[in-house]
Design a protein around this ligand. Structure first.
Ligand code: SF4
Ligand code: SF4
Ligand code: FES
Length: 315
């Protein structure tokens, strides 16, 4: 091996020193507060952030207190500055995060969130019930027809929700927007961050904001190419492969009986890595690892949905 080959060449970055929760940390210039927190092992809850997507600052659950700043700063996108003094667990930060978790939990069906997100919701003492009983679901399409700026007075006896029927208009995946926290991740994955198809976007304003296709067309009439990259990034189960949805509806989705097997997609020579979720010897869901340098978690329609030729799902 030549001497040059032994060293990774690249632009040397200046570093920035800051203090987080009283501990000094040095990170490369351009890093975010979240990067610095991760370096120190300080756990910061996030919902709309994903390492493979551009931060959109939509959820504000990652906020931290920066000394001498008037407002709380989103850790996922705020760049570090020399001498910054950050507090991640102050009373103000905890109060703000709790409120975000409560507003989301009172209006959205969060029952499928798991892992660290579920842990955060519980650890912040989220009390969604204090906003009152949930309002009944709207009719199919009612929320989609709402016009921006046309607000109606609320009577305050119930908590407003986004509950509505599931959209099932194709054989590959379903959209259950009663579970949507409007994190924008699907929009990013469908757009510039991965697919560049731009089949979906945010329509409406305020509480009426929702993810929509152009003119709210069914997916089959939209620009969607069924790559399923939106499913891969959705943190709440709002977007789900039909194979998983059907098993859940039948009460047969059982994570205790599932194994995830990593393999390589056989459809073309790109060599995308696949995580096959297998239950009862049948593939029930396909994802790709976020850290795979080729896919960064994204696939095409063949890799994500073209598994029926391997074996059929049991009846
Ligand atoms: S399946 Fe792919 S193309 Fe269709 S909406 Fe999702 S990300 Fe966009
Ligand atoms: S459908 Fe999922 S990924 Fe898209 S905005 Fe809603 S919660 Fe986020
Ligand atoms: S994770 Fe930072 S604003 Fe959502």
């Amino acid at each position: 091996m030549s001497r040059a080959a032994r060293f990774k060449l690249g632009v040397i970055k200046r570093t920035v020193e800051l203090t987080i929760d009283g501990i000094s940390v040095e990170v490369p210039e351009g890093a975010t507060i979240l990067d610095a927190c991760n370096k120190l092992g300080v756990v910061t809850p996030t919902l709309c952030y994903l390492s493979t997507l551009t931060p959109v600052n939509a959820c504000r659950v990652c906020v931290v207190e920066v000394e001498k700043a008037r407002v709380l700063a989103p850790a996922c996108s705020r760049r570090v500055e020399p001498g910054m003094v950050v507090h991640t667990d102050s009373e103000r930060v905890r109060h703000s995060r709790k409120m975000v978790f409560e507003l989301l939990s009172s209006s959205v069906d969060m029952s499928l969130v798991s892992g660290e997100v579920k842990g955060w919701i519980e650890s912040y003492g989220t009390d969604a019930a204090r906003y009152g009983p949930p309002a009944p679901p709207t009719e199919a399409g009612e929320r989609d027809a709402r016009h921006a700026g046309h607000h109606h007075a609320v009577d305050g006896s119930v908590a407003e929700t986004v509950a509505q029927p599931v959209k099932i208009d194709n054989d590959l995946y379903v959209r259950d927007y009663a579970r949507c926290i409007l994190c924008y991740k699907c929009v990013e994955a469908c757009g510039e961050d991965a697919q560049n198809t731009f089949a979906i976007a945010v329509a409406g304003r305020g509480f009426d904001a929702r993810i929509a296709t152009e003119f709210d067309a069914p997916l089959t009439d939209s620009a969607c190419v069924y790559c399923g990259n939106c499913i891969g990034v959705c943190p709440t189960g709002a977007l789900m492969p039909k194979s998983e949805y059907d098993l859940r509806q039948q009460g047969r989705w059982d994570e205790a009986r599932q194994k995830v097997t990593q393999t390589v997609c056989s459809f073309c020579g790109v060599g995308c890595n696949l995580d096959l979720t297998v239950q009862d010897n049948a593939i029930v869901r396909v994802d790709s690892p976020l850290e795979h340098s080729v896919t960064r978690g994204h696939l095409c329609i063949k890799g994500r949905f073209g598994f029926q030729h391997v074996q059929n799902l049991p009846d």
